[in-house]
Design a protein around this ligand. Structure first.
Ligand code: HEM
Length: 490
């Protein structure tokens, strides 16, 4: 064992990074950073040591990368496919769903799930986004003109309504009933999972689950599982009845108009040799619930905040929407959403500055070469997406919010791995088109009706990194009506 330790040490000894004073403990002190200090601390290290540096922790190397050429290897090398140990903390909730599984199991599932995100299905999901966003806008019109709205919370509620309905076919009405048992349980479990990630002394399952917070987590998980299981049961029964009344196999016309992701999954299973148990189905639905609401909510919240700080950019978005809709209050079609080019640039630039998933981790299953550096087997490689997106060689003046960076001309020739809010390579985000459509629907509805003004400036933002980026302060935005609300035209 000691020679393995020495070999690893030799590999990383001369790496850029903080001086190695104690070879046994290594950089324990530097590594114990709270989520609130992580953005500034990691940015400080990045500026000091550059696009690749290391920590040494109890015999393991932790390699931090923040440059496109290293990100490319991170995402594409066979030796960096495995997610590191802390992802294990998600198993109790998400089982071996798409996010947490690996190897052949993951490959089979990815193949099975990909059709659920094809254009025709996204069109159906879009109807759900429109319906829930209208409810949200109607609610906003009922608040006094010029009210300050905490957009993080508002976006979370609309994103939850969208994901519950698209994933399970259940209308939970989080916007109208934010204290719903299930909503509260999802919120609390997400929060506790993030807390656990950043507190290694809570990683041991036994120690975690005997504590009061662990017991509460367990109870919340049961609330979540109860609803997911009920949804699975109902969709299965409905499907079996439809199959019985038809000719063994449902054709397109016999499928329900509003297909949920769960229905698509059941249909895919019928068309392939893969069978999923109820537990497998539950894992996948819970994975989509988990991955598919906090991420989009964070991105939409930061985008509204940024637009509230940059009135001239907001005006450009508004003019684009005026050109598409004129004075009409009609719902957007898929064609309209594709025309929202400038809004798309705004969303992309917002995700550059505030990537919803700011840090990604992988484990090296073998020695791996990163540029001129050799990384020993078993090292944890951390891609800091937040820093990567602030590389001044790729994004000059990186703290400036400038959506023109994503115009077709400006994007030309950029390193393909320099901008990766949805990750890249085979384990990229399966929901990225879904997310972009959802964001366009929600943001365009708000921008068509309201003028936004943020309460705080950019320099007052205090970020924190857990699994999803957060602002420690509420992102309060003033909503002033652009016009009187007469209801919606269909
Ligand atoms: C702005 C919104 C979103 C962002 C920024 C985002 C980002 C990401 C990132 C960075 C990963 C890679 C995670 C890793 O390697 O550990 C990922 C994976 C994943 N995302 Fe998203 N995501 C978003 C929305 C969604 C939505 C809406 C869904 C589902 C409806 C979704 C489902 C998934 C799943 C299932 C995976 C695992 C894919 C695999 O490993 O094959 N995401 N996402």
């Amino acid at each position: 064992k000691s020679h393995i330790w020495l070999r690893k040490m030799r590999y990383v000894e001369n790496f850029p990074g903080p001086p190695l004073k104690n070879r046994l403990i290594g950089h324990l002190k530097e590594a114990m950073v709270s989520p609130a200090d992580l953005p500034t601390e990691s940015y400080r290290h990045y500026k000091e040591y550059g696009g690749i540096y290391r920590f040494w922790l109890l015999g393991y190397a932790i390699i931090f990368i923040g440059e496109g050429k290293y990100a490319e290897i991170f995402f594409t090398s066979k030796t960096t496919e495995i997610k590191p140990d802390p992802y294990r903390l998600l198993h109790v909730w998400l089982g071996l769903g798409l996010l947490t599984s690996r190897g052949q199991l993951w490959q089979k599932r990815r193949k099975l799930l990909t059709p659920a995100f094809h254009f025709s299905n996204l069109t159906k999901f879009c109807d759900v986004f429109v319906k829930n966003t209208r409810t949200m806008v109607q609610q906003l019109h009922q608040t006094p003109d010029g009210s300050l709205v905490d957009v993080t919370t508002l976006m979370k509620l609309v994103a939850l309504d969208n994901i519950c309905e698209t994933a399970m076919g259940i209308e939970i009405n989080a916007l109208k009933n934010p204290n719903h048992n299930y909503i509260r349980a999802v919120e609390d479990c997400t929060h506790m999972t993030m807390e656990r990630f950043t507190k290694p002394w809570r990683w041991n399952d036994f120690q975690f689950f005997i504590m009061p917070y662990g017991r509460k987590y367990w109870k919340d998980l049961h609330t979540i599982f109860e609803l997911t299981d009920k949804a699975i049961n109902n969709r299965k029964i409905g499907r079996a009845e439809r199959i019985q009344n038809s000719s063994q196999h449902l054709d397109e016309a016999e499928e329900p108009k509003k297909m949920a992701f769960l229905d698509l999954l059941l249909a895919s299973c019928e068309d392939s040799s893969v069978t999923l148990s109820d537990e497998d189905l539950r894992d996948e639905v819970n994975t989509f619930m988990f991955e598919g609401h906090d991420t989009t909510a964070a991105s939409m919240g930061f985008t509204l905040f940024l637009l509230g700080v940059h009135p001239e950019i907001q005006e450009k978005c508004y003019q684009e929407l005026r050109e598409i809709f004129q004075d009409s209050d009609r719902s957007p079609t898929m064609e309209d959403l594709q025309k929202m080019k400038y809004l798309e640039q705004v969303i992309k630039e917002s995700m550059r500055m505030f990537p919803s998933v700011p840090i990604l981790g992988r484990e090296a299953t073998d020695d791996v070469k990163l540029g001129d550096h050799m990384i020993p087997k078993k090292s944890v490689i951390v891609l800091n997406v937040y820093n990567l997106h602030r590389d001044p060689k790729v994004f000059p003046d990186p703290e400036k919010f400038n959506p023109d960076r994503f115009s077709p001309e400006e994007s030309l020739g950029r390193h393909p791995f320099a901008y990766v809010p949805f990750a890249a390579g085979p384990r990229n985000c399966i929901g990225q088109k879904f997310a972009m459509l959802e964001e366009k629907v929600v943001l365009s509805y708000i921008l068509r009706d309201f003028l936004l003004e943020s309460e705080h400036g950019m320099d007052e933002l205090q970020l924190s990194f857990a699994m999803v980026i957060r602002s420690q302060k509420n992102l309060n935005v003033r909503f002033t009506r652009r016009k009187k609300f007469h209801g919606f035209e269909s």
